[in-house]
Design a protein around this ligand. Structure first.
Ligand code: NAD
Length: 350
C-alpha cells in the first residue's frame, strides 16, 4: 500500500482517504487539488469492509467503481467517523444507499464527466468489431497480409438500437446518426431533445431487439435491469446482431451470451464491462492463471472484444472526475447544498 500526500493550499480543508487509486489518475487528482486545500492520502487498496479501517482519522473516503460499498463497509466507515463518501464515478449501483442514509453518511458522485468518452468508446468497439481491426492488427504484425475473414459491412443505412438515451446514450445516438444509420431507441423516460435527430425514433423494447443490427446498452444497472439481456432477449435479436455494452456488466447474462455466440446467432460482442469484473479489472493478472471460466471463454471468441472498463478513460473525463470530486468535498466542508448527492430516489436521467 502506497501513500502520497499533497500540500494544502487554501480554502476549506478536508482530509480525504482516496481508495483504489491508479497511476492513470493520481497526478490528475494532485494537479486538480491545487485549487483546493484538501489533504489527499492515496491508498492502492480497494475500499471494502476489510480496508475501511484505513479511513480512521479522515472525514471523507473517496472510492472508485469496483469498491465494495456494502452495509458492513459503510458501518465501518461510520465507526471511523467518516462523514462523506465521495464516488469517483457516475454509477452508484455498488453502494448500499439505504445503509448510508440510516448512518447519515453523505454520498456524492460525479454525474457528468464526459459522456463523449464513453459514447466514443462504444463507437470504437463497433468499428473495431465490424472491420476486424483487432484481428488485422495481429495478422499484419506477423507479415500475414491476407484479407480473408476480414469482411465487414457498411454502417451507413444499418439500424442501431440504443437502450437508454441519457447523457451517454444521447451522444451515442447523434454519433451513429452521423454515420448515416437509422437509430431506434428505448428508454423509460424518452429524451425530447432527440426528436431533432434525423432518422431517429423511439420504439418498444421488443421492436428494438427484432430490428437492430447493433444493440448498444446505455442504461444503469438496477434490480429491474439486471440480466435484461438474457436467453429470451438474445433469441429475439436479429441473427448476426452486434451487442455492445459500455454500461454495467450485469445487464448481460454472460452465460446466455456465450451460448448465443457459440450457436452463431449473436454475430459479435464488444464488452467494456463484465459482471464479475470487480475481482479482475484494473489489475495486471498477466502472470496468473485466469480463474474466471466465463471471462476466459469470452476471450476465446474471435468476434468478441473485451476492454477492461476503460470507456471513461480520456484526459477530459479524468480532469472532470478529479475537479468535481474535490469540489464535492469542498461543498460538504463548507456546509453548502450537495449538488451531486446520491440518494435512493435517483434512478434515471437527471
Ligand atoms: P443517465 O442517467 O444519464 O442515463 C441513463 C438512461 O437510462 C436514462 O435516460 C434513463 O431513463 C434510462 N433508463 C433507466 N432505467 C431504464 C430501463 N429500465 N429501461 C430503459 N431505460 C432506462 O446515465 P449515463 O451517464 O448516460 O450513463 C449510462 C450508464 O453508463 C451508467 O449507468 C453507467 O453504468 C455507465 N457508465 C459506464 C462507464 C464506463 O467507463 N464503461 C462510464 C460512465 C458510465
Amino acid at each position: 500500500m502506497r501513500e502520497a500526500r499533497t500540500k494544502s493550499w487554501r480554502g476549506p480543508k478536508v482530509r480525504i482517504a482516496v481508495f483504489d487509486t491508479h497511476a492513470f489518475e493520481r497526478d490528475v487528482l494532485i494537479n486538480a487539488n491545487r485549487q483546493f486545500s484538501h489533504e489527499l492520502v492515496f491508498f492502492d487498496s480497494r475500499l471494502t469492509s476489510e480496508t475501511a479501517e484505513l479511513a480512521k482519522g479522515f472525514s471523507a473516503a473517496c472510492s472508485f467503481v469496483n469498491d465494495r460499498l456494502n452495509s458492513a463497509c459503510l458501518e465501518k466507515l461510520h465507526h471511523q467517523n467518516v462523514k462523506l463518501l465521495a464516488l469517483r464515478s457516475a454509477g452508484f449501483n455498488h453502494v448500499d444507499l439505504a445503509t448510508a442514509s440510516r448512518l447519515g453518511l453523505k454520498v456524492v458522485r460525479v454525474p457528468h464527466y464526459s459522456p463523449h468518452a464513453v459514447a466514443e468508446h462504444a463507437v470504437a468497439l463497433i468499428l473495431s468489431l465490424n472491420r476486424k481491426i483487432h484481428r488485422a492488427y495481429q495478422r499484419v504484425r506477423e507479415m500475414n497480409f491476407s484479407l480473408d475473414g476480414l469482411v465487414g459491412f457498411d454502417l451507413n443505412g444499418k439500424t442501431i438500437g440504443v437502450i437508454g438515451t441519457g447523457q451517454i446514450g444521447s451522444v451515442f445516438v447523434r454519433i451513429m446518426a452521423g454515420f448515416g444509420c437509422k437509430v431506434i431507441a428505448y428508454d423509460i423516460a424518452p429524451n425530447p431533445e432527440l426528436s431533432q435527430v434525423s432518422n431517429f425514433r423511439y420504439v418498444d423494447l421488443e421492436t428494438l431487439y427484432r430490428q437492430a443490427d447493433v444493440v448498444s446498452l446505455h442504461l444503469p444497472l438496477r434490480p429491474e435491469t439486471q440480466h435484461m439481456i438474457d436467453e429470451k432477449s438474445l433469441a429475439m435479436m436479429k441473427a448476426g446482431v452486434m451487442l455492445i455494452n459500455t454500461s454495467r456488466g450485469a445487464l448481460i447474462d454472460s452465460k446466455a451470451l456465450i451460448q448465443s455466440l457459440k450457436s452463431g446467432h449473436i454475430g459479435s460482442a464488444g464488452l467494456d464491462v463484465y459482471e464479475e469484473e470487480e475481482k479482475i479489472f484494473f489489475r495486471d493478472l498477466s502472470a496468473q492463471v485466469m480463474q474466471d471460466d466465463i471471462l476466459a471463454r469470452l476471450l476465446t471468441f474471435p468476434n468478441v472484444i473485451v476492454t477492461a472498463h476503460q470507456a471513461f478513460l480520456t484526459n477530459e473525463a479524468l480532469q472532470n472526475i478529479a475537479q468535481t470530486t474535490l469540489q464535492n468535498a469542498a461543498d460538504f466542508e463548507a456546509g453548502r447544498p450537495l449538488e451531486n448527492e446520491v440518494c435512493e430516489k435517483i434512478h434515471t436521467r437527471n
